[in-house]
Design a protein around this ligand. Structure first.
Ligand code: SF4
Length: 368
């Protein structure tokens, strides 16, 4: 792992931020590209946010990228561009929790601060034979205290990295490799034969499923796109005009899909009588592999669907192309919407699910 070969606090902070909720093999190319583009805290602090998000595109959890940039702006403005050897200062940066602060302090500065994340909780629950749920605060605290005590009697830089490495390579979530584990002789779970059953976790609530009906409105080689709000999920990223429903709707439930599509289309088509103004019927798109739906007076093509799973939420995005949109009042578009030439779509920052859809429907390539 490339971040094991550096003691730069900035590079360690970048790697630990990327590694939150993301697998090592996914992170490695992003890590290299990101540090090539922004080799110092100041370079990241000064960068255009859309450039930062572009290099994060496909990694998900975009709030991490924004927080990382805000953190480096604080480092630039208040710490002369260098991450200080000060746990409180690091901990106060946006997006930096106890784990990341501990990782930077121990790996970069060789100081005895514990870094306990999900991997370390798993390893320690097994090693200590803890059968209480590791996601509950008292259990976490007990494990953190145990790691803190151990790191104070070790070489902090080596201890933290060894524990992380053990969790990533040997004491993995499924099928821990106890027979080749260097600490098996002291491991309670190995001794009791419980390694595969630990750690215990509180059962999770089911994810919320949201149906997103998105409109594909293309005219003269340009596609109608919208920028998401500056706050909340996928803030400031681009998408197709869309409407959400908390009802789980399959693509085959055409009447429900079209009801939503028409509701969304009506938000644009406020002139010339809206969608019910007797727009021309056409089957010009029926040959593109979509399913033509004749719903007089406006026709729709069901183009594709794509599912995306967030931590607590699942999106089922269904893309619909309205055919009779010729009198769309382009000049009346809201400020967050614009028509973009199809060949320029890749310059915008898209959530992963929309990148996939665009690659499929517009031969769009993100470079990820
Ligand atoms: Fe994990 Fe097995 Fe090693 Fe114990 S012996 S730390 S359960 S890999």
């Amino acid at each position: 792992m490339p971040w094991r070969r550096t003691s730069s606090p900035y590079a360690i902070l970048v790697s630990e931020t990327m590694l939150q909720q993301t697998r090592v093999e996914t992170v490695i190319p992003y890590y290299h590209r990101f540090l090539d583009a922004f080799p110092t805290p100041k370079a990241l602090a000064d960068a255009d946010e859309q450039h930062v998000l572009k290099l994060w595109e496909g990694l998900g959890y975009y709030r991490r990228a924004r927080n990382l940039q805000r953190a480096m702006q604080i480092i630039r403005d208040h710490h002369a561009g260098s991450i200080p050897e000060d746990i409180e200062a690091i901990r106060s940066l946006p997006g930096v929790g106890a784990y990341t602060a501990g990782a930077v302090m121990s790996i970069a500065f060789n100081r005895p601060y514990a870094a306990v994340d999900g991997n370390v909780l798993r390893v320690m629950a097994r090693y200590l034979g803890i059968v209480d749920p590791v996601d509950q605060t008292p259990t976490k605290r007990a494990i953190e205290a145990s790691v803190q005590s151990a790191i104070e009697h070790s070489e902090p830089r080596l201890f933290t990295q060894a524990l992380m490495e053990l969790g990533a390579m040997i004491c993995v979530p499924r099928k821990p490799q106890c027979l080749v584990c260097p600490v098996a002789s002291g491991c309670a779970a190995f001794a009791s034969g419980q390694a595969a059953e630990l750690p215990v976790k509180t059962p999770k609530k089911a994810r919320r499923v949201v149906t997103v009906v998105a409109l594909w409105i293309e005219r003269n080689g340009e596609l109608l796109v919208e920028q998401r709000a500056a706050d909340g999920l996928l803030a400031n990223m681009w998408q197709l005009p869309a409407i959400e429903s908390t009802a789980p709707i399959a693509m085959e439930q055409t009447s429900e899909v079209l009801r939503l599509a028409r509701a969304r289309l009506n938000q644009y088509r406020t002139v010339d009588g809206g969608v019910d103004a007797g727009l021309p019927m056409s089957d010009e798109w029926a040959g593109e592999g979509g399913t033509m739906i004749h719903e007089s007076p406006t026709d729709f093509v069901l183009m594709t669907s794509e599912r995306h799973v967030f931590t607590h939420l699942e999106w089922n995005v269904i893309v619909v192309r309205p055919v009779g949109y010729h009198n769309l009042p382009i000049e009346d578009l809201p400020p967050n919407a614009r028509m973009v030439p199809v060949e320029d779509l890749r310059s915008l920052v898209w959530p992963k699910v929309y990148s996939t859809i665009l690659q499929r429907l517009a031969r769009f390539e993100t470079g990820n």
